[in-house]
Design a protein around this ligand. Structure first.
Ligand SMILES: Nc1ncnc2c1ncn2[C@@H]1O[C@H](COP(=O)(O)OP(=O)(O)OP(=O)(O)O)[C@@H](O)[C@H]1O
Length: 251
């Protein structure tokens, strides 16, 4: 791996007394797409949410171990969570645009982070182009975002993340609410974003994992069982559990 962008070391997570993540160690390479796969409830989303401190407000969540973004200790209380989330953005399962216009969905974060006012229109245009949405919305930027189709809303949510120029984008099953055509569009978009961002994506869709990822991490019951190139995970897994899962024998 050329350059490690994001990593977890000896990561344990407990909800109350129940241990959900067990000693996770993983390095994500810069400008790589990594899929997290595994049966329902194995902890994929919980792990993803650790990377940008989404558990901060869950009173019953306890995290041990470290997460690093380059040299930065993500859980060092000196680092405000808003800054962490600017650098490590997130896209959720269901498109969740703000109940505002298309334009305001993008200007919102830029204003919070005090980007210069005169740069905002240009940044919004670039983010919409980068997210394959510009041509469809350029003449109706004042339209309420909720009036877009589901697939367009998800591309808007991706644009809302990239407009802040993050380093990492976390995606939690971003296509699960979409039809096959919208899904393909988002997959193409994810592939095109790889040149600028490091992407970690939770997916249930094995074909999707094969189509878009450089590396795949297979989790089972809170443990990271195997982490390797996409080709090795699907064609030549080292672990019996991985083989059974990607072979469709359980999950
Ligand atoms: N806030 C919470 N409080 C307590 N338990 C939780 C909480 N969030 C998740 N869990 C539990 O943690 C475990 C892992 O859940 P998680 O959503 O990470 O799994 P997953 O692999 O992403 O599953 P799926 O593929 O179904 O989304 C499950 O047993 C779940 O019930």
């Amino acid at each position: 791996m050329d350059h490690v962008k994001l990593s977890a070391h000896n990561l344990n997570l407990f909800f109350g007394s129940k241990q959900i993540l067990k000693n996770i160690n993983i390095d994500f390479g810069e400008n790589q797409i990594t899929s997290l796969i595994g049966p329902s409830g194995c902890g994929k989303s919980t792990l993803l949410r650790c990377f940008n401190r989404m558990h901060d407000l869950s009173a019953d969540a306890r995290i041990e171990g470290t997460i690093q973004l380059n040299e930065l200790d993500v859980y060092d209380k000196k680092n405000p969570v808003t800054q962490i989330r600017k650098r490590i953005g997130m896209v959720f399962q269901k498109p969740n645009p703000l109940p505002k216009s298309i334009y305001e969905n993008l200007s919102y974060g830029l204003n919070i982070h005090q980007f210069p006012k005169d740069e905002i229109p240009g940044l919004i245009e670039s983010a919409l182009k980068e997210s394959y949405l510009w041509d469809e919305v350029k003449d109706e930027l004042k339209k309420p975002a909720v009036k877009l189709s589901g697939g367009q809303q998800q591309r808007l949510c991706i644009a809302r993340t990239v407009v802040l120029r993050p380093e990492v984008i976390l995606m939690d099953e971003p296509c699960s609410a979409l039809d096959p055509i919208s899904t393909r569009k988002i997959e193409e978009l994810i592939l095109s974003l790889r040149k600028d961002y490091t992407i970690v994506i939770v997916t249930h869709n094995m074909q999707q994992a094969q189509r878009i990822s450089d590396k795949v991490a297979f989790m089972y019951l809170g443990e990271l069982i195997e982490y390797d190139s996409t080709e090795n995970i699907f064609k030549n897994p080292r672990q019996e559990l991985t083989k059974n899962y990607v072979g469709g024998h359980f999950g």
